[in-house]
Design a protein around this ligand. Structure first.
Ligand code: AMP
Ligand code: ZN
Length: 494
C-alpha cells in the first residue's frame, strides 16, 4: 500500500507519488500575520503537519515550503493606523505565530516572506502582461484576464463560461461566488505603503505571492499544495491560473485541503464569543498537548467540532498514553519475550500505517494505539509482559508519537511562557485561575512525577525510608496517589 488521499484537483482519492524519486516538493499556504493565530488556523496547520510527518515516516525526503503573508490590505490598514511600518507591524505577529506553532509541536517548514520577493512578483506580472494574461488599469494596478485562461474553475469545479469579461474585484476580501478579473498588483492610495518596481509603484495581490514563491522554491511543477478549504476558491484557483498561464505547464499535481473547524457546533466568530486563539485556550488552563491531540483527532476532511468536553477528553487520552509509557519504562518485567505481545506491537504499527495511508485517518490510528494500551495494560496486570515485549510496545508508541507528537511532557514550561507573555502584554484579566494553579501551585508535570518516583524507589531500595516517605508525602500534597503493585510503582492524579 501507499499513501492515498483526496486530491481536490481530480475530485478523487488518489495514490500519492512524487514526480521525482523519493523527493516530495510541497507548498502550504501560511498565515497572514496581522493578528494572533486562532484554533481554526491551527486545525489546518496541524493537518498539514500530520501529512508532513507521515510522508517522512513513509520514507520520503521532503522539501516543504510555507509562505508568511506579511503584506495585504488589512496589514497596510492596521500598520498605518498604529503609526508603524509594515515590517514593524507584522514582526510581532510573525514571531507569535512561530512560537504558537512550536508550542503545538508543528514542525517548521522552509519559510518565505512575501515582502522579500516583491521584485520577482513584479517581474512575473510583467511577463504575464507580455503574454496577454495581465493588463494595467489607469491607476497603475494590474489585473489577471480570466477569460483568457480556459482552465479557470478546474480546481473549484465551477463553470465560469458566462462570466463577464473584464469585470474586476478590487480588494483582498474577494467575492467568493463570482469570478472576476483579480488584482495582481495594486497601486497605492495616498498615504499607503508601496514598493517601487519595474511595473511601477504598488503592492502585490495575495495570490501572486504564492505562485511566485512556490515556483521559485519548488520549480514550475511540483507535487503537493495544501491549505484550508476556504482557499480553494478564489486563492488556489487564481494561483493555478497565474502559474499555468505563465509556464504552460501543470502547476501543483495534488491539492490537499483541510475542512473548516466549528466551535461548539457553530462557525467561529468574534461576535458569537466562540473565537479562540491558541493563547486564549492556554490562558484558560488548557495544555498545548491536549489542544494538539484534539485538533489532530478528527481526520482532516471531516468537520471537527471543537468543544471543551472534547478538550478534556483529549487531556485524559494524552495522560493515559504518557502513563502507559511510564509504566513500560519503569516496571520490572521478567526477562524474555512473549509472542502475543510482539504480535500486538507489530499489528498496531501495521494498523496505524494503513489508517494513515487511507486518506490520513488519524482517528483510526489513535484507536489502534489505544487498543494496544488497553491490551498491554491488561497483560502487565496479569504478569504476561517480558522485558523484550516492553521494548517492542515502546517502539509502537514512538511510531505513533512521530505523527501525533504529544508524549513529550513539556506542557508546563510552555504554559509558563504564555503566562509571561500575557503579563508582559498586560493581559492579566484573561489569565484563568486554572492556568495559575497548573503553573504555580506546584502541579508537577508527568516527567517531574516520574523523576520523583524514581528517586523515591532508589531511596527505598537503599533503605533510606525517611527520604522515601518524604517524597511520597510531597507527591501526596501535589495530588499524586502512588500505588505499589507487584509489577512496580504506579501513580495517578487525584
Ligand atoms: P489566514 O491566516 O487567514 O491566511 O489562514 C491561515 C490558514 O488557516 C489557511 O490555510 C486557512 O485556510 C486556515 N483556516 C482559517 N480559518 C480556519 C478554520 N475555521 N478552520 C480550518 N482552517 C482555517
Ligand atoms: Zn497561498
Amino acid at each position: 500500500m501507499a499513501l492515498r488521499f483526496y486530491n481536490t484537483l481530480s475530485g478523487k482519492i488518489e495514490e500519492f507519488r512524487p514526480l521525482q524519486d523519493n523527493q516530495v516538493r510541497m507548498y502550504a499556504c501560511g498565515p497572514t500575520v496581522y493578528d494572533y493565530g486562532h484554533i481554526g488556523n491551527f486545525r489546518t496547520f496541524i493537518a498539514v503537519d500530520v501529512l508532513r510527518r507521515f510522508l517522512r515516516q513513509s520514507g520520503y525526503t521532503l522539501h516543504h515550503v510555507m509562505n508568511i503573508t506579511d503584506v495585504d490590505d488589512k496589514i497596510i490598514r492596521n500598520s498605518s493606523r498604529d503609526g508603524l511600518t509594515v515590517k514593524q507591524y507584522t514582526a510581532k505577529y510573525e514571531k507569535a505565530f512561530l512560537e504558537d506553532a512550536s508550542t503545538l509541536n508543528i514542525e517548521q517548514p522552509v519559510l518565505v516572506r512575501a515582502t522579500d520577493h516583491i521584485p520577482e512578483m513584479a517581474q512575473f506580472i510583467a511577463r504575464l502582461e507580455q503574454k496577454g494574461f495581465a493588463y494595467r488599469t489607469e491607476d497603475g494596478s494590474y489585473y489577471f484576464r480570466i477569460a483568457k485562461f480556459p482552465g479557470y474553475g478546474k480546481l473549484s469545479k465551477r463553470d465560469f463560461a458566462g462570466m463577464e469579461d473584464g469585470a474586476r474585484v478590487d480588494v483582498d476580501d474577494y467575492d467568493k461566488d463570482s469570478a472576476r478579473d483579480f488584482a495582481l498588483w495594486k497601486s497605492p492610495k495616498p498615504g499607503e505603503a508601496f514598493w517601487e518596481t519595474i511595473i511601477g509603484r504598488g503592492r502585490p495581490g495575495w495570490h501572486i505571492e504564492c505562485s511566485v514563491m512556490s515556483m521559485r522554491e519548488l520549480g514550475e511543477s511540483f507535487d503537493l499544495h495544501a491549505g484550508g478549504e476556504d482557499l480553494i476558491f478564489p486563492h488556489h484557483e487564481n494561483e493555478i491560473a497565474q502559474s499555468e498561464a505563465l509556464t504552460g505547464k501543470p502547476f501543483a499535481r495534488f491539492w490537499f485541503h483541510a475542512r473548516f473547524l466549528l466551535v461548539e457546533g457553530e462557525k467561529m466568530s468574534k461576535s458569537l464569543g466562540n473565537f479562540f486563539t491558541l493563547r486564549d485556550l492556554v490562558l484558560k488552563g488548557h495544555k498545548p498537548s491536549s489542544i494538539r491531540y484534539l485538533l489532530s483527532s478528527v481526520p482532516y476532511r471531516n468537520q471537527l467540532n471543537f468543544t471543551f468536553d472534547g478538550l478534556k477528553q483529549a487531556a485524559t487520552s494524552v495522560e493515559r498514553l504518557r502513563n502507559f509509557r511510564f509504566r513500560l519504562t519503569t516496571a520490572n518485567f521478567p526477562p524474555g519475550a512473549s509472542e502475543s505481545m510482539a504480535q500486538l506491537a507489530r499489528e498496531t504499527i501495521e494498523r496505524m500505517k494503513s489508517a494513515l495511508e487511507d486518506d490520513l485517518n488519524t482517528a483510526q490510528a489513535q484507536a489502534a494505539i489505544f487498543e494496544m494500551v488497553r491490551k498491554a495494560n491488561a497483560a502487565i496486570d496479569s504478569g504476561e509482559i517480558r522485558t523484550d515485549d516492553a521494548a517492542k510496545l515502546l517502539t509502537a508508541l514512538e511510531k505513533f508519537d512521530q505523527i501525533f507528537a504529544v508524549l513529550k511532557d513539556d506542557d508546563v514550561p510552555k504554559m509558563n511562557s504564555i503566562l509571561d507573555w500575557a503579563r508582559a502584554e498586560a493581559r492579566e484579566k484573561e489569565i484563568g485561575k486554572e492556568l495559575i494553579e497548573i503553573v504555580q501551585s506546584g502541579e508537577l508535570s508527568d516527567a517531574q512525577v516520574n523523576q520523583k518516583i524514581v528517586e523515591m524507589e532508589q531511596a527505598r531500595r537503599g533503605r533510606n525510608f525517611s527520604k522515601s516517605d518524604a517524597i511520597r508525602a510531597e507527591l501526596a500534597s501535589a495530588g499524586i496517589v502512588v500505588e505499589n503493585t507487584k509489577d512496580g510503582v504506579r501513580w495517578k492524579r487525584k
